[in-house]
Structure formats: structure tokens, C-alpha cells
Design a protein around this ligand. Structure first.
Ligand code: SER
Length: 317
């Protein structure tokens, strides 16, 4: 068992819920502190410490730091792309000030924070980014406030590493798909809902158009990538913004066909809304060769193997 104290901020979200469960298996239940503005549902929130924390509340933030002295922080609290467009001012505040509160604590020697994980996203790219084989470096002109906070955050985590030696690690996640927890406010969320609709025997009303190809990643791969980059030796992380990360790419009609291999009567209808424009500003296929070169990243799941696993596990719930 590795002896560290891990704090997850934003633990009740889609990624946080699964990450806390996995981290508790590695570090021990009492050594992983889950925190969020509200307690999530499920066994994971009863199996170990949970603290209510709004990362914008600096007094409470300092209390948590003093109480637990975390060595490793996963800072996941943020508004995602679609929700952020509804409340852009608050999204900037939460996504940026929250990150600064974590980075500023990490740069103080007395806090004992050794490493910080902070997620970026495909939303950091924009309409002038090449949509196919999107390179690690290239034009970045995000059009959403969420994407603007991710791109700015990437520059700041690099700055804190170079200027203050804070060991920050980061991945540009594609859309994340999993069965254990619900997504919250993203443009890629349809690709989770579609499985629930298929099993409920109803047609899926998709908020994106046919042919809208986006990069996606199955949650077990996303969790593994997160832990691999966090556990990699420091000298392997030779890029201090956020690594491109890829799993698979598909449009709504392709995931529909994949589900139809198991449930032939399943149908999707298309009613695109404001999220269509967000999706069209993002890449379709990501080149993640740098992550492979630096720390050996390789996804395991493709669309059909993900579909088989999702349907199997959702049926058990
Ligand atoms: N899945 C996220 C979103 O749609 C992308 O980071 O907002």
C-alpha cells in the first residue's frame, strides 16, 4: 500500500465518483478524502472520509488542508461546456479561481502538497484547430467559456511548474462515457444517455446532428490514463501543459449502430440544439502520440467493446 494522503475536489462528479473508488483501492479507504459542494450517492461516499468543500471558499479550503495535509490533489471541480454557457461569469470564477486556490496552496512549502492533477479537455481547441489528427501543438481558439478556462488553465499549470516547481499533471479528456455515475452538463453527454435510453426501450432524442464526430473515451481507460500520468516518474512528463488523449471517435449514428447490434429495434432521432455549435468547434480525431511517447499511453476500448461492456453493466444496475 502506498502511504500518501489524496484529496479529490469535485468527487461527486462523473469522473470523481469513479476516481475516488479506484484511488481508495490503491491508497486505502481512509487515505483518500472525497470532497465536493454536495455529497454524491453510492457506496463510495460512505466508505471513507467525505468533506463538504466549495473550492471558492478559501477559509474552508484552508481548514481541509490543515486537517488532512494532502500530498496528492485531484482538482476536478468545474462547470462543463454546456452548463458554463448558461452561466459564463460563474463558470470563469469557479474554473479559474478554484484552480488558483489549489495551485497557490501547492506552491507553499508548508502545505506538503507534492503533486496536483487538473483535467483539461478537447474544449481547449477551436474552429481553427485541425479537426483530424489534432496535434498536441497547433492553433487553439476555444469558443466556449469552458474551453477558454481550460486553455488558460493549461498555460497556468505550466507557469506554476516552471516558476514555482509545482508538479502539475494534466490530460485533455475527450468525452467520457461510463455506467457508474451520471455526466453533468457536457456536450458529449448524449453518448451516455443513449445507452440508458436503449435499455429503457425508448428512442434516443439526440441534441447533436448525424455525422457529428467527436473524440470519446471509455471510463476505465480514462481512470487508467489519469493514474498513469499521475504515477509516471517526473522526468517522463516532458510537457507541462495538458496531454492530448484519445480513445475512439464516432458520431451519434455510429454509436446507434453499435447499440443496434445488441438491441436491433433501438432508434435515435435528431433534434440538435445550441450544443451542436459547441461540438462543431471541437476536433473529431485526436493525435495522442506524445502521451504514448512520454508515458506509454494506449487505450484499450473501441466503440463496440465499450458498447458491450456498457450494456452488460447497466443491465446489472
Ligand atoms: N465532456 C466535456 C464536455 O462536453 C468535454 O470536456 O463539456
Amino acid at each position: 500500500m502506498i502511504k500518501e494522503t489524496v484529496l479529490v475536489i469535485g468527487a461527486s462528479g462523473q469522473l470523481g465518483t469513479e476516481l475516488v473508488e479506484t484511488l481508495r483501492g490503491i491508497y486505502g479507504e481512509s487515505n483518500v478524502i472525497a470532497s465536493d459542494i454536495r455529497k454524491g450517492e453510492g457506496a463510495v461516499f460512505e466508505n471513507g472520509p467525505f468533506e463538504v468543500l466549495d473550492i471558492l471558499d478559501t477559509v474552508r479550503w484552508r481548514e481541509i488542508l490543515t486537517k488532512y495535509k494532502p500530498t496528492h490533489i485531484y482538482h476536478l471541480a468545474a462547470l462543463l461546456s454546456a452548463t458554463a454557457e448558461v452561466n459564463p461569469e460563474y463558470a470563469w470564477k469557479l474554473n479559474m479561481d478554484g484552480l488558483f486556490h489549489v495551485l497557490d496552496a501547492a506552491k507553499e512549502e508548508g502545505t506538503g502538497i507534492k503533486r496536483v492533477y487538473w483535467p483539461s479537455s478537447i474544449a481547449a481547441f477551436g474552429p481553427n484547430t485541425p479537426r483530424r489528427n489534432t496535434p498536441q501543438y497547433g492553433p487553439m481558439d476555444p469558443t466556449t467559456v469552458y474551453g477558454i478556462t481550460k486553455y488558460t488553465g493549461e498555460l497556468y499549470i505550466q507557469y506554476y511548474k516552471n516558476r514555482y516547481g509545482v508538479d502539475t499533471r494534466s490530460l485533455r479528456y475527450p468525452g467520457l462515457i461510463g455506467y457508474k455515475s451520471a455526466p453533468g452538463g457536457g456536450t458529449t453527454d448524449y453518448a451516455v444517455q443513449i445507452y440508458h435510453d436503449a435499455l429503457a426501450g425508448v428512442e434516443h432524442e439526440c441534441f447533436l446532428k448525424e455525422g457529428t464526430v467527436l473524440p470519446m473515451l471509455y471510463m476505465p481507460d480514462a481512470i487508467r490514463a489519469t493514474l498513469e500520468v499521475m504515477h509516471a516518474q517526473e522526468e517522463k512528463i516532458n510537457m507541462r501543459m495538458s496531454y492530448n488523449l484519445a480513445g475512439m471517435s464516432f458520431g451519434p449514428e455510429e454509436i446507434t449502430q453499435s447499440i443496434q447490434k445488441h438491441l436491433p429495434d433501438f432508434k435515435t432521432i435528431y433534434k440538435p440544439d445550441y450544443r451542436q455549435a459547441i461540438a462543431e468547434s471541437w476536433p473529431a480525431v485526436i493525435d495522442d502520440s506524445l502521451a504514448n511517447d512520454h508515458w506509454g499511453w494506449k487505450p484499450e476500448f473501441d466503440l463496440d467493446s465499450m458498447t458491450t461492456d456498457m450494456l452488460l453493466n447497466l443491465k446489472k444496475l
